[in-house]
Design a binder for this molecule. Sequence first.
Ligand code: NAD
Ligand code: WQD
Length: 342
Amino acid sequence: MSARPEPATLLITGGAGYIGAHTCVALQRAGYRLVVLDNFCNSSPQTLARIERITGQPLEGVQGDVRDRALLDRLFQSQAIQGVLHFAGLKAVGESSEKPLEYYSNNVAGSLVLMQAMQAAGVKTLVFSSSATVYGTPQFLPYTEAHPLAPVNPYGRTKLMVEDMLRDLHQSDADWRVGILRYFNPVGADASGLIGEDPRGIPNNLMPFIAQVATGRREFLNVWGNDYDTPDGTGVRDYIHVTDLAAGHVSALQHLEKTPGCLTLNLGSGQGHSVLEMVRAFEQASGRTIAHRFAPRRAGDLPAFWANADEARRILGWEARCSLLQMCEDTWRFQTQSAEAG
Ligand code: NAD
Ligand code: WQD
């Protein structure tokens, strides 16, 4: 009888955050052993316990900063890490204009320190959380991966800088296996209702705001603009269920394990939905009325964008499966259940 192979170990930076936590669930289910590094600046250690509860498998949580080179060196020396999924970073577009240096430090310097530690340790597989924000004002829609890259805010520029660093690194050493994943608008929550998006303070993003109106925590939703050149005048985005997004990471990693290279892929549903469509879907999922008012356009907002997701389907055989209703039902379940879960 042959011995069962040891599960591969991965380092997940920012794994207690919204997308990282859902990806941890998917990776554990796919058989990986996980070490999660997070400084909990926008998350809680409780999420790691909940991931374990969902999958029934333990993970190793390490509290620390991705910019701490000595800590990274210790992790790479003490654990047989074979690849890294790098979620850690700051993500609020408005805040990135107010505190650009924090964004360059966390997102750019953090990624640089991580790449340096990986190179020193000989770990050369890295999947990076990029964003559709790198495209900037649409020259054409839907965005393909070949769309020009011209982000319009500091947050987007940090993502593009890290992408450029990764492309240069791969160019210098073809042994690197790099996955640059450009997420569109992740929403929804794990079907268990145990993990989801729980922003601190007033939510910036549409879905968490709608969810808080549904529970009565906020009085009404401001719909930022109803005079755009879109079917109903409100902004159009490509919403993707976070569980689909998590599955996309597993597919990308497994592809890189077989095929060295530098892979850049849009992860979106390929469909645009308006703010009012989101409101109606959430009303259907929750059985609550979402009070809303039309308000002036939000500064910096694009009227509409969505993904061409053909490349991910062609290369990975991955595509987003969940409906808008499912995204809203899972968000609602998390919103109503998570507080009771302990
Ligand atoms: P999140 O804030 O929920 O998760 C990020 C995690 O990283 C948090 O747990 C936070 O505590 C941790 N972190 C931040 N800085 C750190 C540091 N210096 N060292 C260690 N840990 C640190 O955000 P998210 O929505 O899960 O996003 C994950 C990644 O995906 C981010 O890089 C984000 O820019 C990117 N992204 C997010 C979206 C989105 O809409 N949510 C879209 C595109 C790209
Ligand atoms: C969606 C739509 C708003 C709130 C941002 C970042 C992007 C990415 C995802 C990280 C828009 C409208 C929203 C509200 C509203 N993050 N809206 N009332 O702006 O597409 O993308 O998050 O990479 O980089 O820019 O997402 O959820 O804020 O807005 O009417 O209270 O909902 O105008 O049309 P956005 P969002």
